[in-house]
Design a protein around this ligand. Sequence first.
Ligand SMILES: NC(=O)c1ccc[n+]([C@@H]2O[C@H](COP(=O)([O-])OP(=O)(O)OC[C@H]3O[C@@H](n4cnc5c(N)ncnc54)[C@H](O)[C@@H]3O)[C@@H](O)[C@H]2O)c1
Ligand SMILES: O=C(O)C(=O)C[C@]1(C(=O)O)C=C[C@@H](O)C=C1
Length: 301
Amino acid sequence: MTFPNVTVIGLGLIGSSLARAVQLHIPGVRVTGYDADARVREIATRIKLCDHITESASAAVIDAALIVLCVPVGAMGAVAAEIAGDIPGDAILSDVGSCKESVIEAVRASLPNVVFVPAHPVAGTEESGPEAGFASLFHHRWCIVTPPEGTDVRAVERVLEFWRSLGAEVETMRPDHHDRVLAVTSHLPHLIAYTIVGTASDMEEVTQSEVIKYSAGGFRDFTRIAASDPTMWRDVFLANRGAVLDMLQRFSEDLTALQRAIRWGKGDELFELFTRTRSVRRSIIDKGQDDARPDFGRSHE
Ligand SMILES: NC(=O)c1ccc[n+]([C@@H]2O[C@H](COP(=O)([O-])OP(=O)(O)OC[C@H]3O[C@@H](n4cnc5c(N)ncnc54)[C@H](O)[C@@H]3O)[C@@H](O)[C@H]2O)c1
Ligand SMILES: O=C(O)C(=O)C[C@]1(C(=O)O)C=C[C@@H](O)C=C1
């Protein structure tokens, strides 16, 4: 059964994509939106992002059947506290945060009895804000739903069905496992991109304008990722610090091994690694999951 009213709190890239996707795919559903930033609310009203934009989080949830928190992970707890007195008893609460354990803990602190079905659409871009969203963002992308033990199974099924109806592929996973998987597939790559672009722009013997002028393909790809929203990523690294630090430790060891192979001229070791990594890339393409095309998914239906 679909939700008659969906409330989106946080109208940035993901919240605005969600509002657009609901309007495109399930047009009878009434979408209510709220964002703490008055300028974002103004833009959302001008571009008719939602059926209704409210002036407070509590007003936004008052008659909601599904509430989706689309704010940075560090703000989830504060929003949960803000809406605690106004969530209808039969509403389902969900979110789109990039890491799950810390969000579950933060939401549970204010809302111990609300039906909470956490989710993470593994889809995004380096942009942010209400005008960056698009309805097809979730098409053929995974949405990982991470219900804590004991979550009502019908509520979980309804949230899975909701994401399917927006064109996503769905999967359920334990929250702690999600956080370890995403630490290596999403969080570490962002950390590496932030580091390499930072290093290049800090070099004494290469000027900033040379970095920009001669940026080769590989470096350009890193700059796209390193342009991602600073607030969002600060929060992700702090919230998922345990898993990120574990992966970083492993990564540093592998980097040291690579350093030794280069120093000692071990070409066969380099060749073996690069052959293995090439096959990973090929498997991703074979599964049709390559989104490296510059226009991927950005059709603004
Ligand atoms: N960007 C991505 O690629 C991506 C992908 C999947 C999931 N996510 C997750 O989605 C969430 C939103 O990310 P985004 O990329 O849309 O960020 P964004 O910066 O584009 O939007 C976040 C919005 O939340 C609003 N906000 C912040 N604190 C608030 C509060 N207390 N109450 C109400 N509104 C508040 C901000 O004003 C902003 O408009 C994050 O939790 C992020 O981890 C992001
Ligand atoms: O494609 C991008 O720009 C993204 O960074 C999207 C991306 C990722 O793939 O790492 C970023 C964070 C998310 O939580 C989910 C998706």
